[in-house]
Write a protein that binds this ligand. Structure first.
Ligand code: B1M
Length: 220
């Protein structure tokens, strides 16, 4: 048991370090090792690669890494996700609800949003992913056209968080706000902020986000 835990810790550290070192081959290899060792794919993401992204962010703030390294880190994590995604998706399950999701206007960060979308799909949601840099009117159009149960928004920048409020205002003005539940997420987002702008929930991470969405469907 102790050996298994040590091995798991070792692989998670390898995943973290491969992201920090911008080592595409290393991250792919460590992802495969994680799967072979029976580490759940979501744990390889949250306790491995995402920890590396935090360090990359810190290095960027300290001036040790620059924009080029941020871009490379994003690409490295995406290559790792390609290995893990089949294991995150799970098998075909009966649909339990529909979610429209996107990264708000002005924001190009999509790694976290993509993880949330993949896990929602695995949990049985039909997911309509609007991509990145999504303006309020596109959220409104997607709600009118697809009639979802939930709208999910992601923002990673303090300067783009305000777009979440603009989306909620636009949904209200179009008369569709009360037809959907609204969940928001991303590093700068808090539960207090969700309350302030009139969202129904904020999620710290993808697992919490999916659990909140599932709980809404069982209460329906
Ligand atoms: Co950017 N960037 N970036 N970046 N980037 C941050 C966010 C930053 C914190 C780095 C730093 O300074 N420490 C900083 C923001 C500072 C701030 O606003 N306070 C920053 C900056 C400044 C910038 C630029 C402005 C840099 C520049 O151009 N000078 C620029 C902005 C571009 C734009 O969007 N307009 C920029 C660009 C980029 C890249 C494009 C190069 C790249 C993104 C690539 C991509 O996404 N395709 C990038 C990256 C990689 C980062 C960091 C290093 C990593 C982000 C990430 O992918 N994390 C980031 C540092 C950091 O976050 N510590 C940083 C891993 C991911 C799994 O976590 O996205 O948080 P995360 O998602 C989590 C949760 O937040 C949650 O679940 C996910 C999984 O558990 N979650 C949800 C997210 N959305 C959710 C939605 C939900 C529920 C949960 O419900 C709907």
């Amino acid at each position: 048991m102790v050996n298994i835990m040590v091995r798991e810790e070792e692989i998670l550290c390898k995943l973290r370090d491969a992201i920090v070192d911008l080592d595409v081959e290393g991250v792919q290899k460590a992802c495969r090792e994680a799967i072979d060792a029976g580490i759940p794919a979501y744990k390889a993401v949250t306790d491995g690669m995402a920890k590396g992204m935090e360090i990359v962010g810190e290095k960027y703030e300290k001036g040790e890494y620059f924009l080029a390294e941020l871009i490379m880190a994003g690409e490295t994590m995406k290559e790792g996700m390609k290995v893990l995604e089949p294991y995150l998706k799970g098998s075909e399950v009966e649909k339990i609800g529909k979610v429209v999701i996107g990264t708000v206007k002005g924001d190009l960060h999509d790694i976290g949003k993509n993880i949330v979308a993949t896990l929602l799909g695995a949990a049985g949601f039909e997911v309509i992913d609007l991509g990145v840099d999504v303006p309020p009117e596109k959220f409104v159009e997607a709600v009118k056209h697809n009639n979802p149960d939930i709208v999910g928004m992601s923002a990673l920048l303090t300067t783009t968080m305000i777009e979440m409020e603009n989306v909620i205002k636009a949904l209200k003005e179009s008369g569709v706000r009360d037809k959907v539940k609204i969940i928001i997420g991303g590093a700068p987002v808090t539960k207090e902020y969700a309350e302030k702008i009139g969202a129904d929930a904020a999620a710290r991470d993808a697992i919490e986000g999916v659990n909140i969405c599932k709980s809404w469907m069982t209460k329906k």
